[in-house]
Design a protein around this ligand. Structure first.
Ligand code: IZC
Ligand code: ZN
Length: 423
């Protein structure tokens, strides 16, 4: 049998974590602990696609390397699939460090928003910013994410809240997706807050979202997903259902900011609508957990948000895993509730605050995170035919990634078979 051609080889990986075997459906329960680890592993790729992966001797046997192939010696260290961050608000202007003192003094996230601050602060800054300024800020945040090992991320709109400003943000997301190594999945989040113009008539804003914004976004093909901030004082379950049904009719798959602060039934709504993910879930009900477990919806947990909100109640990850919910993790990177864009920080918090094991965390930031973006056929695990996105970490045991906390351990990042960070 002829050998497989390869223009890229990574070898001498002490622990090559493949997360393989779950491209068809997300991992649940005990499956989350199965990370597909290969000791002394290697991975070969051709034209950015994985050609062979496994024990080094076997991979070398299978492939024929190009004369000028790129060869990377992992030095006996840990190699993971490129991390997937399935929930971010990465395109925005300004920042909100002034909220720190308010939060320390005890003011809640929803109180700050009700007073016209919070999201609405960022909306003012984002409306005033031009496309170039927004793209430059977004590029800087994506550079940081890539340097920390994220190779695929979701990006939401939601700081425009007018048709033109939402389209502006989605156009910036498209531009960044085409020009930055991090692959972006775009989500329309026009229903992120009630803008001041509609404060006395929120249903009229819901009409604007369904009748004007969604058709315009669909016409330009600017979003794969549609999300709603379903929360007390923001959008009700009924308003959220209206918006997500309209989006679904236009071909956008639903996502839901569900049961973050108050238990409204966002998880139940996500399951009912066949949403690709239900995100946050700090206040999810028993019934919500039951519905998610029976559904194909991935629960995306965001422990950095709970931490930054100085919250006491983290999402009940252990209970969800026990009940069979497919769990993923994300940063929720945004200027208010989570100015955190390193998935390594999220991984450290997930062990300590969600009591997820290091192996479960690996599954939740790779293949299950890819499922939360409908991209598991392409990314999230190291298997032949999938994109050659991988990260070398300065560690010899994968548990070290969660154990050391707050520093960047990613040394080399490879995107589609090309070294994009380190060397
Ligand atoms: O800017 O506060 N939760 N949306 C829902 C956010 C946090 C982003 C923000
Ligand atoms: Zn969010």
């Amino acid at each position: 049998m002829g050998k497989i051609k390869a223009d890229f080889l990574l070898h001498n990986a002490g622990q090559l974590v493949t997360a393989a075997g779950f491209s068809e459906r997300p991992k649940r329960g005990a499956e989350l602990a199965d990370i597909g680890m290969v000791e002394n592993g290697a991975l070969a790729a051709q034209d950015g696609v994985i050609a062979a992966v496994g024990p080094e001797a076997q991979v070398r046997e299978q492939v024929e390397l190009d004369r000028d192939a790129r060869v990377i010696d992992a030095g006996g260290r840990v190699v993971l699939p490129g991390l997937v961050d399935p929930h971010t608000h990465v395109v925005f202007a300004g920042s909100r460090e002034h909220e720190l003192e308010m939060k320390i003094a005890g003011m809640s996230y929803l109180e700050i928003l009700a007073r016209g601050g919070g999201i609405l602060d960022t909306v003012r800054a984002t409306r005033a910013a031009g496309r170039e300024e927004l793209a430059a800020a977004g590029r800087r945040y994506l550079d940081q994410m890539l340097a920390h090992g994220t190779t695929t991320a979701e990006a939401k709109s939601g700081y425009g809240l007018t048709t033109g400003d939402e389209m502006k943000i989605l156009a910036v997301i498209r531009e960044l997706d085409g020009s930055h190594p991090v692959d972006l999945a775009s989500t329309f989040l026009g229903a992120h807050a009630i803008p001041p113009e509609y404060k006395t008539n929120p249903d009229a804003f819901v009409d604007l979202v369904t009748e004007e914004m969604l058709p315009a976004v669909a016409r330009e093909g600017l979003a794969e997903f549609c999300d709603v901030f379903c929360e007390e004082g923001v959008f009700t379950v009924e308003q959220s259902r209206r918006i997500l049904l309209a989006a679904r009719r236009l071909g956008m798959r639903p996502k839901v900011h569900a049961d973050e602060i108050v238990s409204l039934g966002g998880a139940e709504l996500a399951a009912e609508l066949g949403a690709v993910s239900a995100d946050h879930l700090m206040a999810v009900s028993e019934e919500g957990i039951r519905r998610l477990a029976e559904s194909g919806t991935v629960a995306v947990l965001l422990p950095a948000t709970t931490f930054c909100l100085m919250g006491k109640q983290y999402a009940p990850a252990r209970l969800m895993i026990e009940r069979g919910v497919a769990v993923a993790l994300a940063s929720d990177f945004n200027p208010g509730s989570s100015p955190v864009n390193s998935m390594q920080v999220v991984m450290g918090l997930a062990c300590r605050q969600l009591k997820m094991t290091p192996a479960e965390v690996i599954s939740a930031v790779t293949i299950n995170a890819a499922h939360a973006l409908g991209r598991a056929a392409r990314v999230g695990s190291l298997e032949p035919g999938k994109q050659a996105d991988l990260v070398v970490f300065d560690a010899v045991d994968y548990r070290y990634l969660m154990y050391r906390f707050g520093i960047n351990l990613a040394t080399t990042v490879i995107k589609k078979g090309k070294v994009v960070v380190g060397g």
